[in-house]
Design a protein around this ligand. Structure first.
Ligand SMILES: [Zn+2]
Length: 435
């Protein structure tokens, strides 16, 4: 493995890269950040074959050069909401009704029947989560925020993800958010609160839970905010993941944040019910969200899978109110959520899959869709901005397409992922025709 120490010493030059504005450039990277961008010399081929490297950037003995061959070079996507502890369990754990309740029921039943963990024990979780991480990296992702279930087997999922975070530390930022099984409130919630304390001790980065599944959501929100404030951590709550327009715990989250002047960032993931509110109410609720500074993550694939399953006529789409949130300048991100588990039977860990769904089901432009899975998700996750401008972190993805639209369409057959300027993954798909 290429140690981060060596990576920090090295200077990288990515030559013949196509930018989304049509320029061909060479990108110089020092200490992980873009230090210089200059026009590429003699690169004339859009398909990228035969690009010639340039001498405009100065080599040092430590310089490592990568010929990008005219591929499109973009800010690396980030996954703002995953559950890599549950990933790849679809063949192990059935969802009998196909909806959210069926997924939760299936997950709990599996744990009741496998008191020592089954495929969700420490080793099994590390193995599946590692596979999910490698899938993500192969598609250009260099940062993941994953929720980790806490409760069924204590904090084993948090411990497993902490091990995965350690193993892949040179390749991606893995933020671990706990997802405490209800309840954390009252006498009955003593176990949940103890699990939250243990999860904090085990090194979670973000406090999370699911107030909408609590009998007393306001009390649960207060407990999560207290814990986060004491530990000086951000908060990410599963919020209003249903089509019921009266389910708006996001308003209570906003109220509590403002009342206490909560000093860290707060993300409301899902916010499905926002998407079914009539326009005026939607604007009013979103004004509260904006005023409280809450960030919102949309998870198109899983919510298209889970929501409106029983409706045979005009099923709603399960996405949040993306346009109204954008109009109110709310920071939004888009992610994959579940990956081949009872909550979503399919998924490739590919942010272009999420971006495509944002185009077809969310009616976003390809440019906005890419921004939601890349720059905007990075911002939501409090990461340094990445990209091809001087001063940005050189977490980048190169794809053999000529436009951002084609990248979002998922047509690239060659993908290279760069972490702080260093090539960490290369994927090529080839097709042979037989006649
Ligand atoms: Zn989730």
């Amino acid at each position: 493995m290429f140690s981060s120490k060596l990576a920090n010493m090295a200077q990288f030059v990515l030559t013949n890269a196509l930018l989304s504005d049509g320029r061909y450039v060479d990108v110089e990277v020092r200490e992980g950040y873009v230090s210089r961008v200059v026009p590429a010399q003699e690169c004339t081929s859009i398909s990228g074959r035969g690009g010639v490297t340039t001498n405009q950037v100065s080599d040092t003995p430590d310089t490592i050069r990568y010929d990008i061959e005219g591929d499109l070079l973009l800010c690396a996507p980030a996954e703002p909401h995953a559950h890599i502890d549950k990933a790849l369990t679809a063949d192990l754990i059935p969802n009998e009704t196909g909806d959210l309740e069926g997924a939760i029921k299936g997950w709990r039943k599996y744990h009741d029947e496998n008191p020592t963990g089954g495929g969700a024990d420490f080793d099994g979780t590390v193995e599946r989560a590692s596979q999910a991480v490698e899938m993500a990296i192969s598609h250009g992702i260099t940062a993941i925020r994953s929720h980790a279930n806490v409760g069924e087997y204590g904090i084993v999922a948090v411990e497993a993800l902490a091990e995965v975070r350690r193993r892949y530390a040179d390749e991606l930022d893995l933020q671990i958010a706990c997802l405490i099984a209800p309840t954390v409130v009252g006498t009955e919630g003593a176990y949940g609160r103890e699990q939250l304390r243990l999860a904090l001790e085990a090194g979670i980065d973000i406090v999370g839970g699911c107030p909408m599944l609590e009998e007393k959501p306001a009390e649960a929100i207060s407990i999560f905010l207290d814990a986060a404030e004491e530990a000086a951590l951000a908060v990410d709550l599963h919020t209003d993941e249903a089509l019921d327009p009266t389910l708006l715990t996001v308003l209570e989250i906003a109220r509590q944040i403002r009342d206490r002047g909560f000093p860290h960032t707060v993300t409301a993931s899902h916010c499905v019910s926002l998407g079914v509110l009539e326009t005026e109410t939607q604007r009013k609720v979103i004004a509260e969200i904006a005023d409280a500074g809450i960030r919102v993550v949309t998870l198109p694939q899983t919510n298209l899978f889970l929501q409106a399953r029983m409706m045979r006529t005009s099923p709603p789409r399960g996405l949040t109110a993306l346009d109204t949130l954008a109009e109110a300048d709310v920071i939004c991100g888009a992610g994959g959520d579940n990956l081949q588990d009872p909550f979503n039977l399919v998924g490739r860990g590919d942010p272009m899959e999420t971006a495509s769904l944002l185009v077809v089901a969310g009616h976003q432009s390809p440019e906005r869709a890419y921004q939601l899975v890349a720059e905007s998700s990075r911002s939501l996750m409090d990461l340094h901005s990445a990209g091809t401008e001087e001063g940005q972190k050189a977490d980048l993805v190169a794809m053999n397409v000529s436009t951002l639209r084609a990248a979002v369409a998922g047509t690239a057959t060659r993908k290279r992922t760069f972490r702080a300027g260093r090539l960490i993954s290369e994927q090529q798909i080839s097709v042979t025709r037989h006649q």
